[in-house]
Design a binder for this molecule. Sequence first.
Ligand code: NIG
Ligand code: FE
Length: 424
Amino acid sequence: MKVDIIIKNVDNLITLKGPNRPRTKEEMGDIGLINDGIVAIKGDKIIYVGKGELPSDIETHENTIFLDGKGKTVTPGLVDSHTHLVHGGSREHELSMKLKGAKYLDILEAGGGIHSTVKATKEASFGQLYDKAKKSLDIMLGFGVTTVEAKSGYGLEDFDTEIKQMEVANKLNEDHYVDIVSTFMGAHAIPPKYKDNPRAFIDIIIKEMIPQVADEKLAKFCDVFCEKGVFSVEESREILEAAIKHGLLPKVHADEIEPMGGAELAAEVGCVSADHLVAASEKGIRMMAEKGVIANLLPGTSFNLQSGKFAQARRMIEQGVPVALSTDYNPGSCPTENIQLVMSFASIIMKMTPEEVITAATINGAASVGLEEEIGSIEVGKKADIVIFDAPNLDYIIYHFGINHTDKVIKRGKLAFEKSSNIL
Ligand code: NIG
Ligand code: FE
């Protein structure tokens, strides 16, 4: 068999070898490390993973690319499984408000926050949204991200804008190296128009939007912002159950700021993931563990909200909840595409070990978007989504924080990103 790419002499090859399901407890520390590792790629697939040299039945051809892993750490492509990628405008004006003590939910209640991004997203054309999101995707790819989840939710009652966001995400999925998984999140805020009658908006989401999103295959998942002053637990349950009925997979923004019982709801409904969980209850955590709901943690958001409160990652892992990590990239609560910084926060602040962190950002992230059979580990038969980090070991990537350690990114067997050294 003739191979297209060989990565050889890899000091630290982190394979994440193991079952194609979210990893829990000690499994999260078992990263399938191979020293002096070697990987061979043919087409878009991994066809060999091992140590030292290739077996004799694997041959090269005249265009085979050889990459040297000496001094490098190689991991599966990172999965950013919670983002609000497609949106108009930016909200840096909220920084001075927050510095003066304004709270995220107060800004939202006063008609700012998400509502100001709704306005900017409505005003932006398809092309403008596409170009802006593409720029962010390029940055994410440069940080080693090969799969991204992207939510709608900046159109709200303006369904055309919701559809425009999902169509941009789906078009970028076709055009860009990075794979995009689309999520419908019409239930992201109560539009001012429905402030006194949220029921009417919920009915529109359930009776009109969800069926059409499912019919037109605009999204794979449906998400709801279950939060004080936004959607209650019962309203969220109704929306998620309608989504399930139409074949959309449920996710929920749960217990992000106030303890709402969002974790409990996620377990009861059977969500694939519950995200944020900063204020999740002990009972909710136990219920998630029992039902295998993934806790998608977003410490970049805690940092940017200046709340000083982070999710209880250690408690969740000890209780057997599978943990994933994402940026939550959005213009309000977490304006960064840098998943490597989020990985450092997860370790330095939430006390996850580097092994748990890389598990959370690869195979558990893949499971969070329902792609654990195809991506998330470096194993024979999986898609060749691989990052070569210019770092001698995994600890170095997490410890030396705030910079980009990526050297090269391979996406579906193609060299998709290479660090430039263009100092003139
Ligand atoms: O995950 N909480 C709701 N949604 C986003 C923030 C969106 C925004 O502020 O624009 C979040 O924090
Ligand atoms: Fe979010």
